[in-house]
Design a protein around this ligand. Sequence first.
Ligand code: BEZ
Ligand code: FE
Length: 294
Amino acid sequence: MRNINEDTITQAVLASMDDRCNPRLRTIFTSLVQHLHSFARDVKLTEDEWFKAIQFLTECGHITDDKRQEFILLSDTLGLSMLVMAQNNKKPAECTEATVFGPFYVEGAPEYENGADIANGARGEPCFVSGQIRGLDGTPLAGAQIDVWQSDEDGFYDVQKSSDDAGASEPQARGRLRSDRDGRFHFRSILAEAYPIPHDGPVGRMLEALGRHPWRPAHLHFLIKVPGYETLITHVFRDGDQYLDSDAVFGVRSNLITQWVKHESGVAPDGSKMETPFYSLEYDFVLNPAEVTA
Ligand code: BEZ
Ligand code: FE
């Protein structure tokens, strides 16, 4: 293989793959090489631009550690995460839609009884959350495993706090609950606020250069597991949030938006007496039965 030129390079790379390699890997790399080469031809990529792209990816690698995943942020902000999620989570229209997972989920969150305060000291206005988990046919799903996590009033998740911050060593505003025998769940937490995704790294600079903001509309994250049903990873968004139509990671679906109702001081949904204003929201989740494989 010699004298390869601009016109023959794509075919030469494709032909270099061993016929015996994994067929799926071959499909993926064939398409990747074709698209990469087409892209470079299309924009007539200069050597300087190519080198800047290499530097950008190198910086993404350098800033990535066990708490910060810049490549996922890159995928999220380029819409790739939402695309991959959407094409792998097709379900009937009556089911609750899935959306991006995000980088702030933590395995092994504390387990709570229904009615507990999962804020565990996180700062924010009180918010009471309730709902029901049902199957597509309307059956209430008892014992659903419900993981919830959210940001505080400053727009930070507990895992983003430095070890000097109050309560930083404890999980805050996250937890695991189980739906009761009627498929219902309820808990107390704090009002989630809109927040910017981490933007002090290469992805933040990319957004700025493209004239984009890093903000996400206020939301609660849910991960719901019930045996015999597809696992649901989704959010519940706050109606009226100013970023609903410009989410930095393209994750908003209309039917995931609900009213977060403000109440003046008085009796809360759990019967407790609140001396300050508080919020409540209710959202029901509908799960798709898992495909039975023979
Ligand atoms: C989140 O909602 O937690 C999130 C999603 C994508 C990127 C950054 C944060
Ligand atoms: Fe989030």
